[in-house]
Design a protein around this ligand. Structure first.
Ligand code: IPD
Length: 263
């Protein structure tokens, strides 16, 4: 049974999801306008964060807050913080691509203890609580059982523009792509990790990633039986490490060695 905290998170994610779905329909219409939907999407993103903040802080006013749009606010309880991305996959949303999600994590003493990733376009609600497993729409999740790299599919994020992690990511791809069955770049880190938890991808890695992108995904993967680590040793909450690698337990070592290589 879901804890009171998880129920609060689910309610907030669904409410923000309803608001985003309404805006997404509008965005699809705006594609043809010359101005494009940029400002509209920024407003949709901020409104979704406002809704989530109102729900979460209303229910637990003493917890800290870290949101993509509104930044960090310490709480009276220094051991707990919400980590929120109201719209992960903003570029997809902006282009009318139905692959984006609301991501909410609850961290306690530096460890994620409850997670929700909600994909309103496909109506998939991914949830996890520490020690209680991971689920999609109440169906238990397990990472894939694949053992051979040659059959495995991995996901990543490639930085846009002149992102400074681009050269390293391109080198990762050059090492990885010849030895696996494919690499996907679908544009939502939260869903990438949820899909690893669901066994749809065999692993995921990304450089230059932020806590709100991966906070919930970390627990989903772990509770589905996968391994999650920062790319480089990091002394602090894993969500803050700035890079991440995860996979099923059989593939983790071989896959991590490839994306950690400095060659
Ligand atoms: C982005 C997505 C994308 C990842 C980027 C993130 P946003 O989050 O998760 O997949 O590659 O690193 O910034 O900006 O859409 O919330």
């Amino acid at each position: 049974m879901a804890s009171a905290n998880l129920n609060v998170m689910i309610k907030a994610a669904r409410k923000a999801g309803r608001s985003l779905v309404k805006d997404f329909r509008e965005v699809e219409n705006l594609q043809v306008s010359t101005k494009g939907p940029g400002d509209f999407v920024s407003r949709a993103d901020r409104e979704a964060e406002r809704i989530i903040k109102e729900e979460l802080r209303g229910a637990r006013p003493n917890y800290g807050w870290l949101g993509e749009e509104t930044g960090m606010e310490p709480g009276e309880d220094p051991t707990r913080r919400w980590i929120v991305d109201p719209l992960d996959g903003t570029t997809n949303f902006l282009h009318g691509l139905p692959h984006w999600a609301v991501s909410i994590a609850l961290e306690h003493k530096g460890e994620v203890v409850a997670a929700v990733v909600y994909d309103p376009a496909k109506d998939e609600l991914f949830t996890a609580e520490k020690g209680d497993g991971a689920f999609v729409n109440d169906q238990r999740l397990r990472v894939s059982g694949r053992r051979d790299m040659s059959g495995a599919i991995f996901a990543t994020g490639v930085p846009f523009g002149a992102g400074k992690t681009l050269p390293a990511t391109l080198k990762d791809l050059a090492r990885l792509m010849p030895v696996c069955a494919g690499v996907r770049r679908w544009g939502s880190a939260a869903l990438d990790m949820a899909y690893v938890a669901a066994g749809r991808y065999d692993g995921y890695w990304e450089r230059g990633i932020r806590a709100w992108d991966v906070g919930a995904g970390i627990l989903l993967v772990r509770e589905a039986g996968g391994f999650v680590e920062p790319l480089r040793p990091f002394d602090g909450p894993i969500a803050d490490a700035g890079s991440i690698v995860c996979a099923n337990s059989q593939l983790f070592d071989g896959f991590a060695a490839i994306v950690r290589s400095r060659d």
